[in-house]
Design a protein. Structure first.
Length: 125
């Protein structure tokens, strides 16, 4: 069984629909990296929270939806996050994915999270 879990704005991540600078992967990512043992930018506590909160929320949404269904599709991407995955691992997955896909750095951060999770933890057939 497949379930479609919609995430607002995920479908709008194209060059034709640029996002507010403060919502872009490029902007938020600079506040995710310090959470991984790097120095925190000046005044970065709020956006570090945005990073962790966004990653944690998407992880939880996918896990909850997977409790009752075989596969969860988030805007066409399928992810199956292991129960053992931690928030810090989720942040690391997103940071690594963004580093490996600089052409997507302008995407909304929430879209990058979903795509990164589907790439790192694809659904099992």
């Amino acid at each position: 069984m497949k379930v479609l879990l919609s995430v607002p704005l995920v479908l709008t991540f194209t060059a034709a629909n640029p996002v507010d600078h403060s919502e872009s992967t490029n902007f938020i990512l600079s506040y995710c990296k310090p959470s991984l043992n790097e120095r925190q930018p000046q005044g970065g506590a709020y956006f570090s929270g945005v990073c962790h909160g966004s990653v944690g929320t998407i992880m939880d949404m996918i896990r909850i939806a997977n409790m009752d269904h075989d596969k969860v599709l988030v805007a066409g991407n399928c992810a199956a996050i292991p129960d053992s995955a931690t928030l810090e691992q989720g942040v690391s997955v997103v940071v690594k994915y963004a580093a490996n896909h600089p052409e997507q750095i302008h995407y909304p951060f929430i879209a990058t999270i979903v795509i990164a999770f589907a790439d790192a933890w694809p659904c099992r057939d």
